[in-house]
Design a protein around this ligand. Structure first.
Ligand code: HEC
Ligand code: HEC
Length: 339
Protein backbone atom coordinates (compact mmCIF):
# COMPACT_ATOMS: atom_id res chain seq x y z
CA UNK A 1 0.00 0.00 0.00
CA UNK A 2 2.65 2.43 1.16
CA UNK A 3 4.93 1.86 -1.79
CA UNK A 4 2.01 2.30 -4.10
CA UNK A 5 1.08 5.66 -2.67
CA UNK A 6 4.73 6.81 -2.79
CA UNK A 7 4.88 5.75 -6.42
CA UNK A 8 1.64 7.50 -7.12
CA UNK A 9 2.99 10.62 -5.42
CA UNK A 10 6.10 10.47 -7.58
CA UNK A 11 4.02 10.11 -10.72
CA UNK A 12 1.88 13.08 -9.74
CA UNK A 13 5.04 15.12 -9.04
CA UNK A 14 6.46 14.20 -12.41
CA UNK A 15 3.24 15.14 -14.16
CA UNK A 16 3.14 18.46 -12.33
CA UNK A 17 6.74 19.30 -13.23
CA UNK A 18 6.27 18.49 -16.88
CA UNK A 19 3.22 20.70 -17.20
CA UNK A 20 4.94 23.48 -15.29
CA UNK A 21 7.92 23.23 -17.66
CA UNK A 22 5.69 23.23 -20.70
CA UNK A 23 4.10 26.42 -19.47
CA UNK A 24 7.22 28.40 -18.82
CA UNK A 25 7.21 30.01 -22.23
CA UNK A 26 3.50 30.56 -22.41
CA UNK A 27 2.54 34.17 -22.77
CA UNK A 28 -0.93 35.55 -22.96
CA UNK A 29 -1.45 38.53 -25.21
CA UNK A 30 -2.66 41.52 -23.23
CA UNK A 31 -5.12 43.85 -24.93
CA UNK A 32 -4.61 47.57 -24.25
CA UNK A 33 -5.95 48.54 -20.84
CA UNK A 34 -6.01 45.00 -19.46
CA UNK A 35 -3.65 43.94 -16.69
CA UNK A 36 -3.10 40.24 -17.42
CA UNK A 37 -0.92 40.03 -14.30
CA UNK A 38 -4.14 40.40 -12.34
CA UNK A 39 -5.64 37.19 -13.77
CA UNK A 40 -6.52 34.76 -10.99
CA UNK A 41 -4.75 31.55 -11.93
CA UNK A 42 -4.64 28.71 -9.39
CA UNK A 43 -1.15 27.33 -8.79
CA UNK A 44 -2.22 23.84 -9.82
CA UNK A 45 -3.64 25.01 -13.14
CA UNK A 46 -1.09 27.21 -14.93
CA UNK A 47 -2.10 28.41 -18.38
CA UNK A 48 -0.80 26.53 -21.38
CA UNK A 49 -1.61 26.75 -25.07
CA UNK A 50 -2.66 23.08 -25.11
CA UNK A 51 -5.09 23.49 -22.20
CA UNK A 52 -6.59 26.61 -23.73
CA UNK A 53 -7.13 24.82 -27.05
CA UNK A 54 -8.76 21.84 -25.36
CA UNK A 55 -10.85 24.11 -23.15
CA UNK A 56 -12.14 26.00 -26.14
CA UNK A 57 -13.37 22.77 -27.76
CA UNK A 58 -15.08 21.69 -24.55
CA UNK A 59 -16.66 25.12 -24.08
CA UNK A 60 -18.39 24.86 -27.45
CA UNK A 61 -19.22 21.15 -27.18
CA UNK A 62 -22.88 20.21 -26.70
CA UNK A 63 -21.78 16.71 -25.66
CA UNK A 64 -21.33 18.17 -22.18
CA UNK A 65 -25.13 18.12 -21.90
CA UNK A 66 -27.59 15.22 -21.55
CA UNK A 67 -28.98 15.36 -25.09
CA UNK A 68 -26.11 17.03 -26.91
CA UNK A 69 -27.96 20.31 -27.48
CA UNK A 70 -26.55 22.64 -24.82
CA UNK A 71 -22.95 23.84 -24.56
CA UNK A 72 -21.47 26.56 -22.39
CA UNK A 73 -21.66 28.75 -25.50
CA UNK A 74 -25.43 28.28 -25.75
CA UNK A 75 -25.80 30.63 -22.79
CA UNK A 76 -22.45 32.43 -23.04
CA UNK A 77 -22.27 33.01 -26.79
CA UNK A 78 -19.40 35.06 -28.25
CA UNK A 79 -21.72 36.49 -30.92
CA UNK A 80 -23.86 37.86 -28.07
CA UNK A 81 -21.12 39.38 -25.91
CA UNK A 82 -20.68 35.97 -24.21
CA UNK A 83 -24.27 36.01 -22.89
CA UNK A 84 -27.54 34.71 -24.38
CA UNK A 85 -29.12 38.18 -24.54
CA UNK A 86 -32.14 36.81 -22.68
CA UNK A 87 -33.63 37.92 -19.37
CA UNK A 88 -33.22 34.41 -17.98
CA UNK A 89 -31.46 31.46 -19.62
CA UNK A 90 -33.04 28.45 -21.30
CA UNK A 91 -31.32 25.13 -20.65
CA UNK A 92 -32.05 21.50 -21.41
CA UNK A 93 -35.63 20.66 -22.55
CA UNK A 94 -36.43 24.36 -22.78
CA UNK A 95 -36.30 24.85 -19.01
CA UNK A 96 -35.85 28.39 -17.75
CA UNK A 97 -33.66 29.44 -14.83
CA UNK A 98 -34.21 32.34 -12.45
CA UNK A 99 -31.22 34.48 -13.32
CA UNK A 100 -29.68 36.15 -16.35
CA UNK A 101 -26.50 34.64 -17.81
CA UNK A 102 -23.59 36.98 -17.00
CA UNK A 103 -20.86 37.53 -19.56
CA UNK A 104 -17.75 35.37 -19.45
CA UNK A 105 -15.70 38.34 -20.69
CA UNK A 106 -12.87 39.20 -18.26
CA UNK A 107 -14.30 36.79 -15.72
CA UNK A 108 -10.75 35.54 -15.06
CA UNK A 109 -10.22 38.64 -12.94
CA UNK A 110 -13.21 38.01 -10.69
CA UNK A 111 -12.73 36.58 -7.21
CA UNK A 112 -16.25 35.22 -6.84
CA UNK A 113 -18.22 33.60 -9.64
CA UNK A 114 -22.02 33.86 -10.08
CA UNK A 115 -24.26 36.84 -9.25
CA UNK A 116 -24.11 35.84 -5.59
CA UNK A 117 -20.42 34.89 -5.64
CA UNK A 118 -20.99 31.33 -4.48
CA UNK A 119 -18.23 29.71 -6.60
CA UNK A 120 -14.67 30.56 -5.58
CA UNK A 121 -12.96 29.80 -8.91
CA UNK A 122 -13.64 29.23 -12.58
CA UNK A 123 -12.61 25.59 -12.10
CA UNK A 124 -15.31 25.10 -9.46
CA UNK A 125 -17.81 27.11 -11.49
CA UNK A 126 -17.36 25.06 -14.68
CA UNK A 127 -18.45 21.82 -13.03
CA UNK A 128 -21.78 23.27 -11.91
CA UNK A 129 -23.76 23.73 -15.14
CA UNK A 130 -23.04 20.16 -16.33
CA UNK A 131 -24.96 18.67 -13.41
CA UNK A 132 -27.49 21.45 -13.08
CA UNK A 133 -30.83 19.80 -13.98
CA UNK A 134 -32.11 22.88 -15.79
CA UNK A 135 -28.86 23.78 -17.55
CA UNK A 136 -26.99 20.82 -19.09
CA UNK A 137 -28.86 18.16 -17.13
CA UNK A 138 -26.33 15.32 -17.04
CA UNK A 139 -23.75 13.90 -14.60
CA UNK A 140 -19.99 14.26 -14.42
CA UNK A 141 -19.62 10.47 -14.80
CA UNK A 142 -21.73 10.43 -17.96
CA UNK A 143 -19.78 13.28 -19.56
CA UNK A 144 -16.43 11.68 -18.70
CA UNK A 145 -17.59 8.41 -20.21
CA UNK A 146 -18.94 10.07 -23.34
CA UNK A 147 -15.83 12.17 -23.99
CA UNK A 148 -13.47 9.24 -23.26
CA UNK A 149 -14.93 7.56 -26.34
CA UNK A 150 -14.23 10.50 -28.64
CA UNK A 151 -10.99 9.63 -30.47
CA UNK A 152 -10.32 13.23 -31.42
CA UNK A 153 -10.15 14.36 -27.80
CA UNK A 154 -7.36 11.91 -26.90
CA UNK A 155 -4.42 13.86 -28.39
CA UNK A 156 -5.86 17.09 -26.96
CA UNK A 157 -6.07 15.73 -23.40
CA UNK A 158 -2.63 14.20 -23.85
CA UNK A 159 -1.11 17.49 -24.95
CA UNK A 160 -2.81 19.40 -22.15
CA UNK A 161 -2.32 17.02 -19.24
CA UNK A 162 0.27 14.45 -20.26
CA UNK A 163 -2.15 11.53 -20.70
CA UNK A 164 -5.35 10.75 -22.56
CA UNK A 165 -7.39 10.25 -19.42
CA UNK A 166 -10.58 12.29 -19.26
CA UNK A 167 -11.61 13.43 -15.77
CA UNK A 168 -14.08 16.02 -14.63
CA UNK A 169 -11.27 18.01 -13.00
CA UNK A 170 -9.33 18.09 -16.26
CA UNK A 171 -12.44 19.19 -18.14
CA UNK A 172 -12.97 22.01 -15.63
CA UNK A 173 -9.29 23.02 -15.66
CA UNK A 174 -9.23 23.23 -19.45
CA UNK A 175 -12.48 25.19 -19.69
CA UNK A 176 -11.29 27.60 -16.99
CA UNK A 177 -8.02 28.09 -18.89
CA UNK A 178 -9.93 28.97 -22.04
CA UNK A 179 -12.17 31.36 -20.12
CA UNK A 180 -9.10 33.19 -18.81
CA UNK A 181 -8.28 34.10 -22.41
CA UNK A 182 -11.67 35.69 -23.03
CA UNK A 183 -10.26 39.17 -22.53
CA UNK A 184 -11.77 42.42 -23.68
CA UNK A 185 -9.70 45.58 -23.90
CA UNK A 186 -8.47 48.06 -26.50
CA UNK A 187 -11.83 49.82 -26.38
CA UNK A 188 -12.24 53.46 -27.38
CA UNK A 189 -12.01 54.28 -23.65
CA UNK A 190 -8.65 52.43 -23.36
CA UNK A 191 -7.27 54.16 -26.43
CA UNK A 192 -8.33 57.52 -25.01
CA UNK A 193 -6.77 56.85 -21.60
CA UNK A 194 -3.65 54.85 -22.43
CA UNK A 195 -2.78 56.07 -25.94
CA UNK A 196 -3.93 59.61 -25.19
CA UNK A 197 -5.88 59.37 -28.41
CA UNK A 198 -8.26 62.34 -28.14
CA UNK A 199 -10.19 61.25 -31.21
CA UNK A 200 -11.10 57.87 -29.66
CA UNK A 201 -13.95 59.38 -27.63
CA UNK A 202 -16.56 61.82 -28.92
CA UNK A 203 -17.08 64.99 -26.89
CA UNK A 204 -20.24 63.50 -25.49
CA UNK A 205 -18.44 60.30 -24.41
CA UNK A 206 -15.68 62.38 -22.80
CA UNK A 207 -18.28 64.28 -20.79
CA UNK A 208 -19.83 60.89 -19.98
CA UNK A 209 -16.50 59.64 -18.63
CA UNK A 210 -16.28 62.68 -16.38
CA UNK A 211 -19.80 62.04 -15.12
CA UNK A 212 -19.06 58.34 -14.64
CA UNK A 213 -16.16 59.21 -12.35
CA UNK A 214 -17.87 62.22 -10.79
CA UNK A 215 -21.45 63.36 -10.44
CA UNK A 216 -23.00 60.03 -11.49
CA UNK A 217 -21.04 58.15 -8.79
CA UNK A 218 -20.54 55.05 -10.97
CA UNK A 219 -16.92 54.51 -9.91
CA UNK A 220 -18.11 54.01 -6.36
CA UNK A 221 -18.62 50.43 -7.54
CA UNK A 222 -17.52 50.09 -11.18
CA UNK A 223 -13.81 50.77 -10.63
CA UNK A 224 -10.48 49.77 -12.13
CA UNK A 225 -9.64 48.44 -15.55
CA UNK A 226 -12.41 45.84 -15.37
CA UNK A 227 -14.93 48.35 -14.02
CA UNK A 228 -15.92 46.36 -10.94
CA UNK A 229 -15.05 46.38 -7.25
CA UNK A 230 -15.78 42.62 -7.10
CA UNK A 231 -18.18 43.35 -4.22
CA UNK A 232 -21.91 42.92 -3.69
CA UNK A 233 -24.49 45.69 -3.55
CA UNK A 234 -28.25 46.03 -3.27
CA UNK A 235 -29.63 48.37 -5.96
CA UNK A 236 -33.16 47.24 -5.22
CA UNK A 237 -33.58 45.41 -8.53
CA UNK A 238 -36.29 42.75 -8.22
CA UNK A 239 -36.86 43.47 -4.53
CA UNK A 240 -40.54 44.19 -5.12
CA UNK A 241 -41.15 40.57 -6.19
CA UNK A 242 -43.34 38.43 -3.95
CA UNK A 243 -40.36 36.23 -3.11
CA UNK A 244 -37.35 38.31 -4.04
CA UNK A 245 -34.04 36.70 -4.95
CA UNK A 246 -31.93 37.54 -1.89
CA UNK A 247 -28.64 37.16 -3.78
CA UNK A 248 -25.50 37.26 -1.66
CA UNK A 249 -27.54 36.72 1.51
CA UNK A 250 -28.22 33.12 0.49
CA UNK A 251 -24.44 32.50 0.64
CA UNK A 252 -23.48 34.53 3.74
CA UNK A 253 -26.75 34.64 5.74
CA UNK A 254 -25.78 38.17 6.76
CA UNK A 255 -28.65 40.62 6.95
CA UNK A 256 -26.69 43.37 5.14
CA UNK A 257 -26.33 41.12 2.08
CA UNK A 258 -30.06 40.81 1.41
CA UNK A 259 -30.76 41.53 -2.25
CA UNK A 260 -27.08 42.29 -2.93
CA UNK A 261 -25.53 41.10 -6.19
CA UNK A 262 -22.02 41.22 -7.61
CA UNK A 263 -20.98 44.36 -9.44
CA UNK A 264 -20.57 43.20 -13.06
CA UNK A 265 -17.92 44.43 -15.47
CA UNK A 266 -19.21 47.04 -17.92
CA UNK A 267 -16.92 46.02 -20.75
CA UNK A 268 -18.85 45.21 -23.95
CA UNK A 269 -21.98 46.31 -22.10
CA UNK A 270 -23.66 47.42 -25.35
CA UNK A 271 -23.91 43.75 -26.39
CA UNK A 272 -25.40 42.11 -23.33
CA UNK A 273 -28.93 43.47 -22.85
CA UNK A 274 -31.19 42.88 -21.02
CA UNK A 275 -29.43 43.92 -17.83
CA UNK A 276 -29.14 43.04 -14.12
CA UNK A 277 -29.24 39.64 -12.38
CA UNK A 278 -32.86 39.05 -13.37
CA UNK A 279 -32.64 40.65 -16.81
CA UNK A 280 -35.42 43.02 -15.77
CA UNK A 281 -33.87 46.19 -17.19
CA UNK A 282 -34.19 46.19 -20.97
CA UNK A 283 -31.85 48.96 -22.13
CA UNK A 284 -28.89 51.07 -21.04
CA UNK A 285 -31.20 54.12 -21.10
CA UNK A 286 -33.36 52.39 -18.48
CA UNK A 287 -30.27 51.47 -16.45
CA UNK A 288 -29.35 55.17 -16.34
CA UNK A 289 -32.89 56.07 -15.21
CA UNK A 290 -32.62 53.48 -12.43
CA UNK A 291 -29.43 55.08 -11.10
CA UNK A 292 -30.80 58.59 -11.59
CA UNK A 293 -33.63 57.84 -9.17
CA UNK A 294 -31.13 56.35 -6.69
CA UNK A 295 -32.05 52.69 -7.23
CA UNK A 296 -35.29 51.05 -6.07
CA UNK A 297 -36.23 51.84 -2.47
CA UNK A 298 -36.01 48.86 -0.09
CA UNK A 299 -34.77 48.15 3.40
CA UNK A 300 -31.32 47.01 2.32
CA UNK A 301 -30.54 49.60 -0.40
CA UNK A 302 -26.77 50.18 -0.56
CA UNK A 303 -25.83 53.50 1.08
CA UNK A 304 -23.61 54.21 -1.94
CA UNK A 305 -26.78 54.67 -4.00
CA UNK A 306 -28.04 58.27 -4.18
CA UNK A 307 -30.45 60.27 -6.31
CA UNK A 308 -28.32 61.86 -9.05
CA UNK A 309 -30.41 64.59 -10.66
CA UNK A 310 -28.92 64.11 -14.13
CA UNK A 311 -30.07 66.32 -17.02
CA UNK A 312 -31.15 64.77 -20.34
CA UNK A 313 -27.82 65.82 -21.86
CA UNK A 314 -25.92 64.17 -19.00
CA UNK A 315 -27.89 60.95 -19.45
CA UNK A 316 -27.02 60.97 -23.16
CA UNK A 317 -23.35 61.58 -22.32
CA UNK A 318 -23.25 58.71 -19.85
CA UNK A 319 -24.74 56.44 -22.49
CA UNK A 320 -22.15 57.57 -25.05
CA UNK A 321 -19.42 56.67 -22.58
CA UNK A 322 -20.86 53.20 -21.96
CA UNK A 323 -20.94 52.61 -25.71
CA UNK A 324 -17.19 53.27 -25.81
CA UNK A 325 -16.44 50.17 -23.73
CA UNK A 326 -16.65 47.58 -26.53
CA UNK A 327 -13.43 45.61 -26.92
CA UNK A 328 -11.86 44.48 -30.18
CA UNK A 329 -11.55 40.76 -29.33
CA UNK A 330 -12.20 38.16 -32.00
CA UNK A 331 -13.19 34.85 -30.49
CA UNK A 332 -15.37 32.52 -32.52
CA UNK A 333 -16.56 28.93 -32.21
CA UNK A 334 -14.06 26.31 -33.45
CA UNK A 335 -14.71 25.29 -37.04
CA UNK A 336 -14.86 21.64 -36.10
CA UNK A 337 -15.18 19.77 -32.83
CA UNK A 338 -13.17 16.58 -32.14
CA UNK A 339 -14.82 13.41 -33.48
C1 HEC B 1 -28.62 27.11 -19.59
C2 HEC B 1 -27.72 28.25 -19.62
C3 HEC B 1 -26.30 28.09 -19.13
C4 HEC B 1 -25.37 27.13 -19.48
C5 HEC B 1 -25.56 25.94 -20.39
C6 HEC B 1 -24.14 27.51 -18.83
N1 HEC B 1 -24.32 28.67 -18.12
FE1 HEC B 1 -22.90 29.69 -17.13
N2 HEC B 1 -24.32 30.82 -16.27
C7 HEC B 1 -25.66 30.80 -16.57
C8 HEC B 1 -26.38 31.62 -15.62
C9 HEC B 1 -27.88 31.86 -15.61
C10 HEC B 1 -25.42 32.11 -14.71
C11 HEC B 1 -25.68 32.96 -13.47
C12 HEC B 1 -26.20 32.05 -12.38
C13 HEC B 1 -26.15 32.66 -11.00
O1 HEC B 1 -25.54 33.69 -10.81
O2 HEC B 1 -26.72 32.04 -10.09
C14 HEC B 1 -24.13 31.60 -15.16
C15 HEC B 1 -22.90 31.94 -14.59
C16 HEC B 1 -21.68 31.60 -15.15
C17 HEC B 1 -20.40 32.16 -14.76
C18 HEC B 1 -20.16 33.21 -13.69
C19 HEC B 1 -19.83 34.54 -14.29
C20 HEC B 1 -19.81 35.65 -13.29
O3 HEC B 1 -19.50 36.79 -13.68
O4 HEC B 1 -20.11 35.43 -12.12
C21 HEC B 1 -19.44 31.57 -15.54
C22 HEC B 1 -17.95 31.83 -15.52
C23 HEC B 1 -20.12 30.62 -16.38
N3 HEC B 1 -21.48 30.68 -16.13
C24 HEC B 1 -19.50 29.74 -17.26
C25 HEC B 1 -20.15 28.65 -17.82
C26 HEC B 1 -19.48 27.48 -18.37
C27 HEC B 1 -17.99 27.28 -18.43
C28 HEC B 1 -20.45 26.64 -18.82
C29 HEC B 1 -20.30 25.27 -19.44
C30 HEC B 1 -19.66 24.27 -18.63
C31 HEC B 1 -21.73 27.30 -18.56
N4 HEC B 1 -21.50 28.49 -17.93
C32 HEC B 1 -22.96 26.80 -18.94
C33 HEC B 1 -26.22 30.12 -17.63
C34 HEC B 1 -25.64 29.03 -18.24
C1 HEC C 1 -23.51 50.80 -5.22
C2 HEC C 1 -22.70 50.23 -6.26
C3 HEC C 1 -22.98 50.62 -7.68
C4 HEC C 1 -23.03 51.90 -8.23
C5 HEC C 1 -22.85 53.22 -7.53
C6 HEC C 1 -23.27 51.72 -9.65
N1 HEC C 1 -23.40 50.39 -9.94
FE1 HEC C 1 -23.91 49.61 -11.73
N2 HEC C 1 -24.15 47.77 -10.87
C7 HEC C 1 -23.88 47.47 -9.56
C8 HEC C 1 -24.39 46.15 -9.25
C9 HEC C 1 -24.29 45.45 -7.91
C10 HEC C 1 -25.04 45.69 -10.41
C11 HEC C 1 -25.82 44.38 -10.55
C12 HEC C 1 -27.12 44.55 -9.75
C13 HEC C 1 -28.17 43.49 -9.94
O1 HEC C 1 -28.10 42.71 -10.87
O2 HEC C 1 -29.10 43.46 -9.13
C14 HEC C 1 -24.83 46.72 -11.42
C15 HEC C 1 -25.26 46.64 -12.75
C16 HEC C 1 -25.02 47.60 -13.71
C17 HEC C 1 -25.31 47.44 -15.11
C18 HEC C 1 -25.87 46.18 -15.75
C19 HEC C 1 -24.76 45.20 -16.03
C20 HEC C 1 -25.20 43.84 -16.52
O3 HEC C 1 -24.33 43.12 -17.01
O4 HEC C 1 -26.37 43.50 -16.42
C21 HEC C 1 -24.93 48.59 -15.74
C22 HEC C 1 -25.02 48.90 -17.22
C23 HEC C 1 -24.43 49.50 -14.73
N3 HEC C 1 -24.48 48.85 -13.51
C24 HEC C 1 -23.95 50.77 -14.96
C25 HEC C 1 -23.73 51.69 -13.94
C26 HEC C 1 -23.60 53.12 -14.14
C27 HEC C 1 -23.64 53.81 -15.49
C28 HEC C 1 -23.47 53.68 -12.89
C29 HEC C 1 -23.41 55.14 -12.55
C30 HEC C 1 -24.56 55.91 -12.98
C31 HEC C 1 -23.50 52.60 -11.93
N4 HEC C 1 -23.66 51.42 -12.61
C32 HEC C 1 -23.38 52.76 -10.56
C33 HEC C 1 -23.27 48.31 -8.65
C34 HEC C 1 -23.22 49.69 -8.78
Amino acid sequence: MKIRSVLLGLLVCLAVTTTALADEHFQLEAPLGIDVEALLIPEDNPLSAAKIELGKMLYFDGRLSADGTISCATCHDPTKGFTDQAAVSTGIDGQKGGRSAPTVINTGFIHFQFWDGRAPSLEEQAKGPIENPIEMGTTHEAVVEKLSKVEGYKPLFNAAFGSEEVTIDRIAMAIASFERTVLSGNSAWDRYVYNRDESALSESARRGLELFEGKALCTRCHVGFNLTDSLFHNLGVGMDAEEPDLGRYVVTKQEKDKGAFKTPTLRDISKTAPYMHDGSVATLEEVIELYDRGGEPNEWLDPKMEKLGLTDQEKADLLAFMLSLDGDWKIAAPEKLPE
